[in-house]
Design a protein around this ligand. Structure first.
Ligand code: PEP
Length: 244
C-alpha cells in the first residue's frame, strides 16, 4: 500500500500584507530540501507576490477557497484556474470559518473540490465538529458525515488531502487529547476511498505540541493557522514533522 505523504500546510486566513512576504522568504531559505511537503495559503491578494518571493524553492502555494465554475459572473469569487495562474496548486475547501461565515454545505465543498480536481489541483478538504457536537457525543457522526458528503467522485491521494479540524480548537489554544485526535483520524482513515490520502490535524498546532501530535498514527501532518504566520514558529512545526 502506498504511504500517505507528510504535509505541513499554513493557512494565513485574512492576514498578511506585502511586508509579510519576508516570512515566506525566510521559510523557503530554512527548508531548501524539506523532508515533507510544505504549502503556504496566503490571502489571494498575496498569491502572485508570494509565488515570486518563493520562486525556485520547495514551498508550494495554495488558495483558501475557489468557485465551482472556471469563470463567469461571480463577483468577488476566484476560480481554480485563477489560483493556478497566480501560482497555487492546492486549495483549502470547507474550512469551518467558510462553512460558518458563508453557509457552505458539504455538497458545495464537493462541487468546489470537483472543480479543483478537474483543473488538476489538490484540495485540502476540512471537516470537524463543534464543541456542542463533541459534548453531545456526535463527533464521529459529524466528521464522517462531512467526509462522505464533501468528497467528490474521483478523490484520491493525487488530488485530495483531508484536514480534521475541531471547530472549538481553531485559534483557541485548546486541543483535543491525543487519544481524541487518534480516534478521529483512525475513523477517517478507515473511510477514505484511498488510504494513501494524507490526513492532517488542525487546531492550535504550535511548536510546543507538534511533535506529540505528529507521533499519533494516522496523523500525516498539520493544517496550521496562527502559528504559520511566522517562519520561526511554522519552521519549528515543519521540523517536528520531518522528524516524526
Ligand atoms: C486553521 O485555521 O485552519 C487553524 C488550524 O487555525 P489555528 O492553527 O490558528 O488554530
Amino acid at each position: 500500500m502506498t504511504q500517505a505523504c507528510k504535509l505541513a500546510a499554513g493557512n494565513w486566513k485574512m492576514n498578511g500584507l506585502r511586508a509579510d512576504l519576508a516570512e515566506a522568504r525566510a521559510l523557503a531559505a530554512a527548508f531548501p530540501a524539506p523532508g515533507c511537503g510544505i504549502v503556504l495559503c496566503p490571502p489571494a491578494t498575496l498569491l502572485c507576490a508570494m509565488a515570486e518571493a518563493v520562486s525556485g524553492s520547495a514551498i508550494g502555494l495554495g488558495g483558501q477557497d475557489c468557485h465551482t465554475q472556471a469563470a463567469g459572473a461571480h463577483t468577488g469569487d476566484i476560480s481554480a484556474a485563477m489560483l493556478a495562474d497566480a501560482g497555487a496548486h492546492h486549495v483549502i475547501l470547507g474550512h469551518s470559518e467558510r462553512r460558518a461565515d458563508h453557509a457552505e454545505s458539504s455538497a458545495l465543498v464537493a462541487a468546489k473540490a470537483h472543480a479543483a480536481h478537474a483543473a488538476g489541483w489538490v484540495s485540502i478538504i476540512c471537516v470537524g465538529e463543534t464543541e456542542a457536537e463533541r459534548d453531545a457525543g456526535e463527533t464521529l457522526d459529524i466528521v464522517l458525515g462531512q467526509l462522505a458528503e464533501s468528497l467528490p467522485e474521483g478523490a484520491g491521494a493525487a488530488n485530495t488531502v483531508i484536514a480534521y479540524e475541531p471547530v472549538w480548537a481553531i485559534g483557541t489554544g485548546r486541543t483535543p487529547t491525543l487519544a481524541q485526535i487518534a480516534e478521529v483520524h483512525d475513523a477517517l482513515r478507515a473511510k477514505l476511498p484511498d488510504r494513501a490520502i494524507s490526513l492532517l490535524y488542525g487546531g492550535s498546532v504550535k511548536p510546543g505540541n507538534a511533535a506529540e501530535i505528529f507521533a499519533i498514527a494516522n496523523v500525516d501532518g498539520a493544517l496550521v493557522g496562527g502559528a504559520s504566520l511566522k517562519a520561526a514558529d511554522f519552521g519549528a512545526i515543519i521540523a517536528a514533522l520531518e522528524a516524526a
